[in-house]
Design a protein around this ligand. Structure first.
Ligand code: PAF
Length: 285
Protein backbone atom coordinates (compact mmCIF):
# COMPACT_ATOMS: atom_id res chain seq x y z
CA UNK A 1 0.00 0.00 0.00
CA UNK A 2 1.37 3.42 -0.94
CA UNK A 3 1.96 5.96 1.79
CA UNK A 4 0.41 9.39 1.22
CA UNK A 5 2.03 12.31 3.02
CA UNK A 6 -0.43 15.13 3.73
CA UNK A 7 1.28 18.35 4.82
CA UNK A 8 -1.88 20.44 5.05
CA UNK A 9 -5.50 20.04 6.15
CA UNK A 10 -6.53 20.31 2.49
CA UNK A 11 -4.18 17.50 1.46
CA UNK A 12 -5.48 15.37 4.32
CA UNK A 13 -9.09 15.93 3.22
CA UNK A 14 -8.14 14.87 -0.31
CA UNK A 15 -6.29 11.78 0.96
CA UNK A 16 -9.23 10.72 3.17
CA UNK A 17 -11.91 11.18 0.49
CA UNK A 18 -11.53 7.85 -1.31
CA UNK A 19 -11.27 5.94 1.98
CA UNK A 20 -14.43 7.53 3.35
CA UNK A 21 -16.25 6.75 0.09
CA UNK A 22 -15.31 3.11 0.29
CA UNK A 23 -16.70 3.01 3.85
CA UNK A 24 -13.36 1.72 5.13
CA UNK A 25 -12.63 1.77 8.84
CA UNK A 26 -9.93 4.27 9.75
CA UNK A 27 -7.67 4.20 12.81
CA UNK A 28 -5.67 7.25 13.89
CA UNK A 29 -2.40 7.10 15.83
CA UNK A 30 -1.59 10.65 16.97
CA UNK A 31 2.15 11.22 17.57
CA UNK A 32 4.68 13.97 17.90
CA UNK A 33 7.08 12.05 15.63
CA UNK A 34 10.50 10.76 16.74
CA UNK A 35 8.85 7.37 16.29
CA UNK A 36 10.27 4.43 18.20
CA UNK A 37 9.27 0.80 18.67
CA UNK A 38 6.52 1.88 21.10
CA UNK A 39 4.83 3.95 18.39
CA UNK A 40 5.26 1.10 15.94
CA UNK A 41 3.46 -1.24 18.32
CA UNK A 42 0.57 1.28 18.49
CA UNK A 43 0.43 1.34 14.68
CA UNK A 44 0.31 -2.48 14.62
CA UNK A 45 -2.49 -2.40 17.19
CA UNK A 46 -4.33 0.17 15.05
CA UNK A 47 -4.19 -2.21 12.07
CA UNK A 48 -6.11 -4.78 14.14
CA UNK A 49 -9.01 -2.33 14.38
CA UNK A 50 -9.23 -0.77 10.92
CA UNK A 51 -8.64 -1.07 7.17
CA UNK A 52 -6.45 2.04 7.06
CA UNK A 53 -4.10 3.59 9.58
CA UNK A 54 -3.43 7.33 9.66
CA UNK A 55 -0.48 8.60 11.72
CA UNK A 56 -0.28 12.27 12.63
CA UNK A 57 3.17 13.74 13.21
CA UNK A 58 2.91 17.13 14.87
CA UNK A 59 4.95 18.65 17.70
CA UNK A 60 2.09 20.57 19.26
CA UNK A 61 3.29 23.94 20.63
CA UNK A 62 0.13 24.29 22.73
CA UNK A 63 1.09 21.46 25.07
CA UNK A 64 4.58 22.74 25.95
CA UNK A 65 5.04 25.23 28.78
CA UNK A 66 7.62 28.01 28.89
CA UNK A 67 11.05 26.49 29.58
CA UNK A 68 9.97 23.02 28.37
CA UNK A 69 11.63 21.21 25.47
CA UNK A 70 9.48 22.36 22.51
CA UNK A 71 12.38 23.77 20.49
CA UNK A 72 14.72 20.82 21.16
CA UNK A 73 12.05 18.10 20.90
CA UNK A 74 13.52 15.52 18.46
CA UNK A 75 12.33 15.95 14.89
CA UNK A 76 13.19 12.93 12.71
CA UNK A 77 10.67 13.25 9.91
CA UNK A 78 12.45 11.20 7.21
CA UNK A 79 12.98 8.28 9.60
CA UNK A 80 9.34 8.62 10.78
CA UNK A 81 8.13 8.33 7.18
CA UNK A 82 10.28 5.26 6.61
CA UNK A 83 8.88 3.64 9.78
CA UNK A 84 5.30 4.44 8.70
CA UNK A 85 5.93 2.98 5.24
CA UNK A 86 7.30 -0.21 6.82
CA UNK A 87 4.23 -0.42 9.08
CA UNK A 88 1.82 -0.09 6.12
CA UNK A 89 0.44 3.27 7.20
CA UNK A 90 -1.90 4.76 4.57
CA UNK A 91 -1.58 8.45 5.40
CA UNK A 92 0.89 10.51 7.43
CA UNK A 93 -0.63 13.85 8.40
CA UNK A 94 2.16 16.28 9.22
CA UNK A 95 0.79 19.83 9.19
CA UNK A 96 2.65 22.99 10.16
CA UNK A 97 1.39 24.88 13.23
CA UNK A 98 0.29 27.68 10.90
CA UNK A 99 -1.85 25.29 8.89
CA UNK A 100 -3.37 23.58 11.92
CA UNK A 101 -4.08 26.64 14.11
CA UNK A 102 -5.90 29.73 12.89
CA UNK A 103 -3.89 32.89 13.67
CA UNK A 104 -6.83 34.36 15.60
CA UNK A 105 -7.86 31.13 17.30
CA UNK A 106 -9.91 31.64 20.48
CA UNK A 107 -11.50 28.39 21.53
CA UNK A 108 -9.85 25.30 22.96
CA UNK A 109 -10.69 22.30 25.10
CA UNK A 110 -10.42 22.59 28.89
CA UNK A 111 -9.23 19.48 30.69
CA UNK A 112 -11.09 20.69 33.78
CA UNK A 113 -9.96 19.84 37.31
CA UNK A 114 -8.53 16.55 36.12
CA UNK A 115 -6.04 18.47 34.01
CA UNK A 116 -4.71 20.37 37.04
CA UNK A 117 -3.78 17.39 39.26
CA UNK A 118 -0.76 15.04 39.29
CA UNK A 119 1.05 15.76 35.97
CA UNK A 120 -1.04 18.92 35.59
CA UNK A 121 0.44 20.32 38.81
CA UNK A 122 3.85 20.37 37.15
CA UNK A 123 2.67 21.21 33.62
CA UNK A 124 -0.11 23.81 33.85
CA UNK A 125 -2.15 24.06 30.61
CA UNK A 126 -0.42 20.96 29.20
CA UNK A 127 -3.57 18.84 29.06
CA UNK A 128 -5.67 21.67 27.61
CA UNK A 129 -3.13 21.77 24.77
CA UNK A 130 -3.19 17.99 24.34
CA UNK A 131 -6.99 17.75 24.28
CA UNK A 132 -7.33 20.70 21.92
CA UNK A 133 -5.00 19.19 19.33
CA UNK A 134 -6.43 15.69 19.75
CA UNK A 135 -9.99 16.92 19.20
CA UNK A 136 -8.85 18.85 16.12
CA UNK A 137 -7.15 15.70 14.78
CA UNK A 138 -10.32 13.70 15.45
CA UNK A 139 -12.38 16.29 13.55
CA UNK A 140 -9.97 16.40 10.62
CA UNK A 141 -9.29 12.66 10.25
CA UNK A 142 -12.72 11.44 11.51
CA UNK A 143 -11.30 8.06 12.62
CA UNK A 144 -13.42 5.17 13.85
CA UNK A 145 -10.69 4.26 16.32
CA UNK A 146 -7.82 6.20 17.90
CA UNK A 147 -4.86 4.48 19.56
CA UNK A 148 -2.86 5.98 22.44
CA UNK A 149 -0.07 4.63 24.64
CA UNK A 150 -0.68 3.59 28.23
CA UNK A 151 2.70 5.23 28.94
CA UNK A 152 0.91 8.62 29.13
CA UNK A 153 -1.71 7.28 31.54
CA UNK A 154 -3.24 10.59 32.61
CA UNK A 155 -3.38 11.76 28.99
CA UNK A 156 -5.17 8.53 28.10
CA UNK A 157 -7.65 8.98 30.97
CA UNK A 158 -8.33 12.57 29.90
CA UNK A 159 -8.86 11.62 26.26
CA UNK A 160 -11.37 8.98 27.34
CA UNK A 161 -13.03 11.64 29.55
CA UNK A 162 -13.18 14.14 26.66
CA UNK A 163 -14.67 11.51 24.33
CA UNK A 164 -17.35 10.73 26.94
CA UNK A 165 -18.04 14.33 28.04
CA UNK A 166 -18.19 15.76 24.50
CA UNK A 167 -19.78 12.72 22.77
CA UNK A 168 -16.91 12.37 20.32
CA UNK A 169 -17.72 9.51 17.92
CA UNK A 170 -14.46 7.57 18.22
CA UNK A 171 -13.38 4.44 20.09
CA UNK A 172 -10.25 4.91 22.16
CA UNK A 173 -7.87 1.96 22.30
CA UNK A 174 -4.82 1.83 24.59
CA UNK A 175 -1.55 0.09 23.75
CA UNK A 176 0.84 -1.21 26.41
CA UNK A 177 4.10 0.52 27.34
CA UNK A 178 7.13 -0.99 25.64
CA UNK A 179 10.39 -1.21 27.61
CA UNK A 180 14.11 -1.67 27.01
CA UNK A 181 15.44 -5.01 28.32
CA UNK A 182 16.63 -3.18 31.48
CA UNK A 183 13.11 -1.81 32.15
CA UNK A 184 13.40 1.78 30.88
CA UNK A 185 10.08 2.73 29.24
CA UNK A 186 10.53 3.67 25.58
CA UNK A 187 10.23 7.43 25.09
CA UNK A 188 11.32 9.91 22.46
CA UNK A 189 12.98 11.81 25.32
CA UNK A 190 15.31 8.92 26.29
CA UNK A 191 17.74 10.14 23.64
CA UNK A 192 18.45 13.22 25.79
CA UNK A 193 20.00 11.02 28.53
CA UNK A 194 23.78 10.60 28.96
CA UNK A 195 24.84 7.02 29.87
CA UNK A 196 25.17 8.05 33.56
CA UNK A 197 21.75 9.76 33.57
CA UNK A 198 20.24 6.72 31.91
CA UNK A 199 21.54 4.51 34.74
CA UNK A 200 19.89 6.79 37.32
CA UNK A 201 16.69 6.90 35.24
CA UNK A 202 16.31 3.12 35.59
CA UNK A 203 15.04 3.85 39.12
CA UNK A 204 11.66 4.88 37.68
CA UNK A 205 10.79 1.45 36.28
CA UNK A 206 12.54 -0.29 39.21
CA UNK A 207 10.39 1.66 41.66
CA UNK A 208 7.23 0.66 39.80
CA UNK A 209 8.29 -2.98 39.75
CA UNK A 210 9.12 -3.01 43.46
CA UNK A 211 5.84 -1.25 44.27
CA UNK A 212 3.79 -3.63 42.12
CA UNK A 213 5.05 -6.58 44.17
CA UNK A 214 2.83 -5.41 47.05
CA UNK A 215 -0.96 -5.41 47.28
CA UNK A 216 -2.02 -2.49 49.48
CA UNK A 217 -1.61 1.24 48.72
CA UNK A 218 0.55 1.88 51.79
CA UNK A 219 3.01 -0.96 51.02
CA UNK A 220 3.09 -0.17 47.28
CA UNK A 221 3.96 3.50 47.87
CA UNK A 222 6.49 2.67 50.60
CA UNK A 223 8.37 0.15 48.41
CA UNK A 224 8.39 2.39 45.31
CA UNK A 225 9.32 5.45 47.36
CA UNK A 226 12.34 3.66 48.88
CA UNK A 227 13.79 3.03 45.41
CA UNK A 228 13.28 6.65 44.40
CA UNK A 229 14.84 7.90 47.66
CA UNK A 230 17.92 5.84 46.85
CA UNK A 231 18.10 7.29 43.33
CA UNK A 232 17.84 10.81 44.76
CA UNK A 233 21.24 10.15 46.40
CA UNK A 234 22.80 8.77 43.16
CA UNK A 235 25.15 10.70 40.92
CA UNK A 236 23.65 12.22 38.82
CA UNK A 237 20.62 12.35 41.15
CA UNK A 238 16.99 11.70 40.37
CA UNK A 239 14.73 14.64 41.30
CA UNK A 240 11.22 13.37 42.00
CA UNK A 241 8.20 15.38 40.84
CA UNK A 242 5.58 12.91 42.06
CA UNK A 243 4.82 9.31 42.92
CA UNK A 244 1.09 8.59 43.15
CA UNK A 245 -1.21 5.61 43.32
CA UNK A 246 -4.30 6.83 41.51
CA UNK A 247 -7.62 5.71 40.11
CA UNK A 248 -6.84 5.01 36.41
CA UNK A 249 -10.01 6.82 35.26
CA UNK A 250 -9.92 9.95 37.45
CA UNK A 251 -6.29 10.18 38.56
CA UNK A 252 -7.35 10.95 42.13
CA UNK A 253 -5.34 9.25 44.91
CA UNK A 254 -6.67 5.89 45.98
CA UNK A 255 -7.15 5.26 49.68
CA UNK A 256 -6.44 2.08 51.61
CA UNK A 257 -10.05 0.95 51.07
CA UNK A 258 -9.74 1.12 47.23
CA UNK A 259 -10.35 -2.18 45.45
CA UNK A 260 -9.61 -3.18 41.86
CA UNK A 261 -7.13 -1.43 39.58
CA UNK A 262 -4.92 1.50 40.44
CA UNK A 263 -2.16 3.18 38.45
CA UNK A 264 1.19 3.72 40.13
CA UNK A 265 2.57 6.76 38.29
CA UNK A 266 5.90 8.51 38.65
CA UNK A 267 7.54 11.59 37.14
CA UNK A 268 11.11 12.65 37.79
CA UNK A 269 13.91 14.69 36.34
CA UNK A 270 17.41 13.41 35.68
CA UNK A 271 19.70 16.20 34.51
CA UNK A 272 17.57 18.32 32.20
CA UNK A 273 15.36 15.40 31.09
CA UNK A 274 11.92 14.85 32.56
CA UNK A 275 10.62 11.28 32.42
CA UNK A 276 7.28 9.70 33.30
CA UNK A 277 6.31 6.07 33.75
CA UNK A 278 3.45 4.06 35.25
CA UNK A 279 2.16 0.59 35.85
CA UNK A 280 -1.38 -0.64 36.47
CA UNK A 281 -1.71 -2.72 39.66
CA UNK A 282 -4.62 -4.84 40.83
CA UNK A 283 -5.02 -4.13 44.54
CA UNK A 284 -5.63 -7.04 46.88
CA UNK A 285 -8.80 -7.20 48.93
O1 PAF B 1 1.28 11.58 23.28
C1 PAF B 1 1.66 12.40 22.43
O2 PAF B 1 2.62 12.17 21.68
C2 PAF B 1 0.93 13.73 22.31
O3 PAF B 1 0.55 14.21 23.55
C3 PAF B 1 -0.28 13.68 21.35
C4 PAF B 1 -1.36 12.73 21.85
C5 PAF B 1 0.20 13.24 19.96
C6 PAF B 1 -0.90 15.07 21.23
O4 PAF B 1 0.01 16.00 20.73
Amino acid sequence: MDLTVAGTRAELAEAMKAREHAGDRVALVPTMGALHEGHRSLIRLAHEHADHVVVSVFVNPLQFGPGEDFSRYPRTFEADLAACAEENVSVVFAPSADDLYLPDRQVGVSAGHMGTIVEGTFRPDHFDGVLTVVLKLFNLVRPDVAVFGQKDAQQLALIRRMVADLNVPVSVVAGPTLREPDGLALSSRNRYLSPEERTTALALSRALREGAAYGTPRDILRAAGAVLDGAARAEPPLVLDYLVLADPATFTDVGDDHRGEAVLAVAARVGTTRLIDNVVIRLRA
